[in-house]
Design a binder for this molecule. Structure first.
Ligand code: ADP
Ligand code: MG
Length: 704
């Protein structure tokens, strides 16, 4: 697959039932009806759906597809699918026909009882429906199982409650779309018809050798290493960041890109990240729900192609202690159908009143719902990363940069803003280098929510997590702020004065959320507390934000979640947390008992033999004795820690499912895991390399 020349423009979207294919294949009337459904949300008749389904099937079969699947995103964080072949019941002739009906395209019914529903349904109420999301194009995926037509869908229960990530996301897009349009109309825009969030998700990941991966039970079962001493060299030299790609990785990335392009995913940027073996892939931004789907496709492609190359892609947020973990930067802005970006300040933001209002509404939204945003990035793996001087702290704040901060200061201080700081020229002092324009504002890598030119970048999301949750929250909280602003402005007698007052009021009231300094510093943690900002250290502490009175009111008002749906989500998350930690704890005990402790004992045996041999020659075995004493200590500590961990795990398992159980895992099991890791990692630094039962950090991250 790696050979030859690729003409991107020819392969791009080759396996997607995109607009070009629709236009070519569908009768004009049907095409128009589908476009209307995509753009305006009108309903398709069954006859229209029948024609679309037929053409989609014909097209997919030409691409080699034998099956179709409703592709959906349950609350597991990944995607799910159930495959049906296109065949009909055999005819009297013994032959079969190929078919896909409109009904099959629009609605599917996977037996859904085994997906997390957080008590929304009992197991006997197994019905769940997948419903076609015609705004995200269908595609044919080629893999070891052949070719499959994937139809993006939403997933609901029999009674219409959302069981997935996509349904609330689409609802939130509707909410922000409506409120943004209201705001635009107030500013005299009569031409834009739709506004939707644009999203670009930068994806970080690790690549290691597959053979070595398979030798680590912890990586296989939990996606991260639960043991492992740091090698003499980590990431301190920063020599991996943006370094030249090693051939094996370059060839892997080439195949990843090719597959993504064929599936219409606009993969754009790739580079080595800070940690050894860590990399990043960024696509060009797209409409929010498509970006969410494409991020799922990107994660799956990264994994699938890795296997083919004898590699393993680790998407976990913290696969290796001691080196940076992985996240996802969720870049977010609001775009009209005629191409206006509501977050574009222009060259003179102080004169751009509409922009200033949008900005202040976002500040208000983030300030009032910081807990919800924090929750949207809460994920079991992300717990190991956030706040660790490598990723944003657990405190939500907004970085605006010098230029906007200055404009807002003018507004707060004197009621009006009369100037904007300019970027100017960047002078290098080297005559052969062209002077380039410098941005008006530097960047701040430590901020969880940073304004970066014409978009916000939410940097807290975990690398393995879906970006749907974070965007659902963002869309809804900003919709609420827009709605409140419009309510006031629509009633005002003097619009200009009212906008002005509103901007000043929000800029003043919510200035505590702005922080342009070093988010990793200890001073900031203290200052944030003084400012009254929520400091939410763990996922278990974050979940209650989902079901607070404030968020129930918010989500119900914009019909994004019902109270029941929110409660069910909270329950799913508690359960997810408890289960994940439980698996990690059990994996640790097994690895310790079956791999590390026996290995340490074998080496102790060898040392004892060597000590005896020395003594037999009349030489005092000083070194052996020292090592034996150290290793025996490690051994004892490890076995004791194992017992404690087993006991704590058992106790946590017996707690009532939900917040109580999750809290027990966090409070008692996680520290017990740390206690077990320590003596094993200590032993790793002493035991003869050839005795060590698993690949070490050095083997895993420095040798691909
Ligand atoms: P960096 O964060 O390293 O500066 P870029 O600015 O190039 O990188 O963009 C990072 C991501 O943000 C990319 O996926 C890009 O497509 C996306 N992006 C750029 N502009 C916007 C925008 N207006 N709205 C949403 N995402 C955007
Ligand atoms: Mg970025």
């Amino acid at each position: 697959m790696s050979e030859g020349f690729t003409n991107i423009s020819q392969v791009f979207g080759e396996d997607v039932f995109n607009d070009t294919v629709m236009q070519q294949r569908l009768p004009k009337k049907i095409y128009r009806a589908l476009r209307e459904a995509i753009e305006d949300g009108t309903e398709l008749t069954l006859e229209t759906a029948d024609v679309i389904a037929h053409e989609m099937k014909e097209w997919a079969i030409e691409k080699g597809a034998t099956h179709y699947t409703h592709w959906f995103q349950p609350l597991t964080g990944t995607t799910a699918e159930k495959h049906d072949s296109f065949i009909t019941a055999p005819l009297p002739s013994g032959k079969v026909l190929m078919s896909l009906s409109g009904k099959e395209l629009i609605k599917g019914e996977p037996d859904a009882s085994s997906f997390p529903s957080g008590g929304l349904r009992a197991t006997f109420e197994a019905r769940g429906y997948t419903i076609w999301d015609c705004t995200s194009p269908a595609f044919v995926r080629h893999d070891e199982g052949g070719a499959t037509l994937c139809i993006p869908t939403a997933f609901c229960s029999y009674t219409g409650e959302a069981l997935d990530q996509k349904t609330p996301l689409l609802r939130s897009m509707q909410a922000i779309g409506e409120q943004s349009l209201r705001l635009l109309r107030l500013f005299g825009n009569t031409t834009s018809r739709h506004v939707s969030p644009s999203v670009g998700a930068e994806q970080e990941y690790f690549i290691i050798d597959r053979e070595k991966y398979l030798k680590r039970m912890d990586l296989v079962f939990t996606g991260r290493t639960l043991f492992g001493a740091m090698p003499p060299k980590g990431q301190e030299l920063d020599d991996h960041y943006f370094g030249t790609l090693r051939p094996r990785i370059a060839s892997y990335m080439r195949d990843v890109n090719l597959e993504l392009w064929k599936l219409g995913v606009p993969a754009k940027t790739q580079h080595n990240e800070v940690a050894p073996a860590q990399h990043e892939l960024a696509p060009i931004y797209e409409k929010c729900n498509i970006a969410v789907d494409h991020n799922q496709i990107a994660m799956q492609t990264l994994k699938r192609v890795a296997t083919r190359h004898g590699l393993r892609c680790l998407l976990h947020e913290k696969p290796f202690d001691g080196v940076n973990g992985s996240g996802k930067h969720d870049n977010w802005s609001l775009t009209t159908d005629d191409g206006i970006n509501l977050l574009d300040p222009g060259r003179t933001p102080h004169e751009n009143i509409q922009f200033l209002l949008v900005l202040c509404c976002i500040l208000k939204a983030v300030d009032e719902h910081a807990d919800l945003l924090r929750e949207s990035a809460a994920d079991v793996g992300n717990e190991c990363r956030l706040g660790g001087n490598e990723a944003p702290p657990v405190i939500i704040s907004v970085f605006l940069g010098d230029q906007l901060e200055d404009v807002l200061k003018q507004l707060r201080d004197s009621g009006s803003a009369t100037s904007s700081i300019r970027g100017g020229k960047l002078r290098t002092g080297v005559s052969v280098l062209t002077d380039v324009a410098r941005d008006a504002t530097d960047r701040n890598r430590t901020s969880p929510f940073a304004f970066t030119g014409n978009k916000f970048e939410f940097r807290m999301v975990g690398s393995r997590d879906s970006i749907a949750g974070a965007n659902t929250v963002l869309n809804t909280i900003v919709a609420e702020a827009f709605c409140e602003a419009c309510d006031r402005l629509e009633k005002s007698e003097n619009f200009d004065d009212a906008v002005h007052d509103l901007i000043r009021e929000y800029a003043t009231k919510h200035s505590r959320i702005i922080f342009n300094g070093n988010g990793y510093s200890e001073e900031w943690a203290k200052e944030a507390v003084e400012r009254g900002l929520p400091v939410i250290p763990s996922m278990v502490d974050a979940i209650p934000a989902l079901v607070s009175e404030k968020s129930v009111a918010l989500f119900e008002k914009f019909k994004v979640f019902s109270k029941t749906e929110l409660e069910s989500r909270a329950e799913v998350k508690y359960e997810l947390y408890a289960k994940a930690i439980n698996i990690e704890a059990r994996t640790m005990v097994q690895m310790a008992d079956r791999e590390y402790i026996p290995a340490i004992m074998r080496y102790i045996g060898q040392l004892a033999e060597s000590a005896n041999a020395s003594a037999a020659c009349g030489v005092e075995p000083i070194v052996q004795k020292k090592l034996l004493s150290k290793l025996n200590e490690c051994l004892k500590a490890a076995r004791e820690a194992c017992e404690i961990l087993e006991k704590e795990t058992l106790q946590a398992e017996q707690k009532k499912e939900g917040p109580e159980q999750a809290a027990a895992f966090r409070k008692h099991v996680v520290p017990a895991m740390e206690k077990l890791r320590k003596p094993v990692d200590q032993a790793e630094c002493i035991v003869d390399r050839s005795f060590w039962p698993v690949p070490t950090y050095a083997d895993l991250i420095f040798e691909v």
